[in-house]
Design a protein around this ligand. Structure first.
Ligand SMILES: [Zn+2]
Length: 278
């Protein structure tokens, strides 16, 4: 007895009736954000796979010709939610570094969580100034009859990291300005300096960065930044110099052109150092 033939509604559908019926199309919603796909996986049987978020962000910065050196702030490209994902991705990469260093991170109890600790430390602490927007420095007017016209010198303790060796840089910045039309809270000088420092830096660059950001926040054209710091890369490796100190100075406006202003700035630094030896 022949079984009665029941046509398959899909396989035997007339050609002009599309394979995907309307009701299936409803299930696909348009993507809200750009999705990047790993080039190598396009043809694989794993199908499309979302790329590393880190690669996606790097792609966008390259596309926009945005510089992303170790000392650059890239907070416009990294959101708070992105950070958790980026820490996961960096953890994976640090695990590989530990493996390549032949450290048994599976059994050594002290090395078990090290990859994640490193990833978190880079994003949230030693390089936080790359991923966080500038500290909010509310400016107060300094334009009344009895406005302050003198010099202001703030001592800011710094923790940074050299971008060559990722070794700690520890020091103090002295920031001096002749007050302009606005003033910022005293703690803001240090917040700005630390925001610039918490990146991979060179001391020379750091000195310039702090000067530029202080100028931006205060509007002061007459300013000086003096940094003295010890570098882990000179102390812990290489020349193993235990008492080497690096000094850098940036002087702008009257600090550069007027001998008295310059002298007052360095006299203030000496007084500060007597008050709080480094
Ligand atoms: Zn170094």
């Amino acid at each position: 007895m022949t079984k009665e033939f029941t046509p398959d509604p899909v396989l035997n559908a007339p050609i002009d009736k599309a394979f995907v019926e309307d009701k299936y199309e409803d299930k696909y919603v348009p993507l809200k954000k750009e999705v990047f796909v790993k080039a190598g996986d396009m043809m694989s049987d794993k199908g499309y796979e979302e790329a590393y978020l880190g690669d996606t962000i790097r792609f966008k910065m390259k596309r926009d010709k945005k510089r992303f050196w170790a000392g650059d702030n890239i907070s416009d490209y990294v959101s708070e939610e992105d950070k958790a994902k980026l820490i996961d991705e960096a953890t994976e990469a640090f695990e590989l570094v530990l493996d390549r260093l032949l450290i048994d991170r599976e059994n050594d109890p002290n090395s078990k969580g090290t990859a994640r600790r490193l990833a978190k430390m880079y994003f949230n602490e030693i390089m936080a100034g790359r991923y966080e927007p500038a500290p909010d420095a509310t400016a107060f007017p300094n334009d009344s009859e009895d406005r302050y016209e003198g010099m202001l010198v703030v001592r800011s303790e710094l923790r940074s990291m050299c971008s060559h060796h990722h070794q700690p840089v520890t020091g103090v910045a002295y920031i001096g300005i002749i007050a302009a039309q606005k003033l910022i809270g005293l703690s803001k000088y240090t917040r700005i300096a630390q925001w610039c420092a918490r990146r991979g830096t060179l001391q020379e660059e750091l000195c310039n960065d702090i000067a530029r950001e202080i100028e931006k926040a205060t509007g002061a054209k007459d300013l000086g930044v003096y940094i003295q710091a010890v570098h882990g890369c000179c102390e812990n490796r290489g020349i193993m110099a235990h008492s080497s100190l690096t000094q850098t100075t940036v002087l702008k406006g009257a600090f550069n052109t007027d001998g008295n202003t310059k002298k007052e700035f360095f006299d203030n630094i000496k007084l500060q150092q007597e008050f709080a030896p480094r």
